[in-house]
Write a protein that binds this ligand. Structure first.
Ligand code: HEC
Length: 480
């Protein structure tokens, strides 16, 4: 608890990260990792057939990808790490300690990728005009770019897999066991054909805008359709591999029958969505390949939308199954390390909190009637401490009254009866059994009660909690 707490109290912190991350994954997979090899393949095909229409089409698709990846893609890429460091600086701190050299390499590879996409796009016309020898070189440049785009993904996926299940790293703490975590290869294997197919559906969509309604459009749709189709079965096979690698980790993580049940539910749902998406893609792409003139423009939105939807859903499931941890078995989503729990539960989290989050004017209203000024002041001190417990242990996942808001849950559970500490503390003490994706309460008995006092206050006070980015903090002085 060495950092002030950044907090968004309406949509919640998780939305900030999720929105940025999902946009980034879609741009990265659909327009970079999958698209660069596809564009290079189209350029190569055009040269082989001596058909300049292929060349023109490939260039236009590249140009769109170039614009989007170097703006939206690059910004959201940096945005992920910025938002995650704001919301959970402890997890990023741990990851940097383990993956420092991976990130450093990633930076070099990313810079290379940016230089290559600039070179590939800007030299297209010049090199094409210089004759076939240069054209061949240019095509190689395209495939090199595709390779580097894939390598950036391959590095980051190691970190994502690690967060889900660090595997043997928990015992030996070495860089390479961290990289070669149990979910690394299956996840990389899954994302690779997913990116290729996603790029295929995006390209088919763009073809409708970049070609005239003639024989060439049909030929282009058919060829890119074949590309998309080719990767679809691999999505299923590697998806199956990935999902059969996860439960092992999950069993260790939760070890609670409810958790396993909930997970099985999600897994079931995911597999059905994956199957449905692949079948839809197959259906529409089949038509594009065999009866392209019958294909209405609007139909191409179907595979495009379903693959976007599936990718988004997949990222959500990936986030979900990791809970209650942010780094499997090592650090809980509240930013506290599992091994620090014994200490915190003995001394309390407030004993180690560097900062306090002052109550705003609005947050101080709604006290019970009939208290003397002295009683009010004493109650406010408790509410303040309870709020600090809430901010330190719940606010990474919960808001006060917004998305996943405390008052929403308490209203559903306890209705209009008074949410007294006696009522809520019993639940919170056991919340990790009731909802295994929540970490156990890290504080001591007294803090459990203080948190209860704060939650009771929320019943009568609807103010939003300002994060330290707007309200500032009070620095706690260590006990003398
Ligand atoms: C890892 C993130 C996370 C943390 C940390 C967390 N929760 Fe939760 N909590 C959740 C999620 C997710 C739900 C379920 C949301 C849903 O089902 O709509 C939930 C549900 C709840 C519920 C409703 C339970 C029910 O059975 O319906 C309560 C009450 C609750 N949390 C209290 C707390 C308190 C108090 C803290 C802090 C001591 C806390 N949570 C910390 C993620 C978290």
């Amino acid at each position: 608890m060495d950092f002030p707490i950044f907090h968004l109290d309406i949509l919640g912190n998780r939305w900030l990260i999720a929105t940025i991350a999902i946009i980034h994954v879609l741009v990265n997979h659909g327009l970079a990792v999958g698209m660069m090899p596809l564009v290079a393949a189209m350029e190569w095909y055009g040269q082989k057939k001596g058909d300049s229409r292929w060349d023109a089409l490939a260039y236009r698709i590249l140009f769109v990808s170039f614009l989007v990846t170097t703006t939206v893609g690059a910004l959201t890429g940096v945005g992920i790490w910025l938002s995650v460091s704001l919301v959970n600086p402890y997890s990023i701190g741990s990851l940097i300690r383990v993956f420092f050299w991976a990130w450093f390499t990633e930076w070099l590879v990313f810079i290379t990728e940016v230089c290559l996409i600039l070179a590939y796009t800007l030299s297209w016309k010049k090199w094409s005009a210089r004759g076939p020898e240069y054209k061949t070189k240019h095509i190689k440049l395209g495939f090199a770019l595709g390779f580097f785009s894939w390598v950036t993904m391959a590095i980051i996926v190691a970190i994502l897999g690690f967060m889900m299940d660090p595997g043997n790293w928990l015992a030996d703490r070495s860089f390479w066991t961290g990289v070669m975590n149990p979910l690394y290869l299956p996840q990389l294997a899954f994302r690779t054909p997913l990116a290729a197919s996603l790029a295929g559906t995006v390209a088919m969509f763009l073809i409708l805008f970049f070609t005239k309604k003639d024989g060439f459009r049909l030929e282009a749709l058919r060829s890119v359709g074949l590309w998309t189709l080719f990767f679809a079965p691999f999505i299923l096979i590697t998806g199956w591999w990935y999902y059969s690698s996860v439960p092992e980790a999950m069993k260790d993580n939760l070890g609670v029958s409810l958790g396993t049940l909930q997970f099985a539910d999600w897994q079931d749902k995911f597999l059905r969505i994956a199957l449905f998406t692949v079948v839809t893609i197959l259906g529409v792409v089949q038509v594009a390949i065999w009866r392209p003139h019958r294909l209405p423009k609007i139909a191409l939105i179907v595979p495009f939308a379903s693959i976007l939807w599936m990718t988004g859903h997949f990222e959500r499931v990936r986030e979900f199954i990791r809970k209650p941890y942010i780094i499997g078995q090592y650090m809980y989503a509240n930013g506290l390390r599992a091994e620090d729990y014994a200490l915190l539960q003995r001394d309390g989290v407030l004993a180690y909190a560097t900062y306090s989050n002052p109550l705003s004017e609005d947050e101080q209203s709604g006290l019970p009637e009939g208290l003397t000024p002295a009683e009010q002041a004493a109650l406010l001190v408790e509410i303040q401490q309870g709020k600090d417990v809430f901010m330190d242990t719940c606010s990474r996942c919960h808001t006060s009254h917004g998305v996943n808001g405390m008052s929403v849950h308490l209203q559903r559970m306890f209705g209009d009866q008074q949410w007294t500490p006696e009522l809520t503390a019993g639940y919170i003490e056991n919340m990790h059994y009731a909802q295994p994706f929540m970490p156990p309460f890290p504080g001591n008995k007294e803090e459990l009660w203080l948190l209860g006092v704060y939650l009771e206050h929320l019943q009568h006070n609807k103010a939003t909690i300002p994060g330290s980015q707007s309200a500032g903090v009070i620095v706690n002085r260590p006990p003398q």
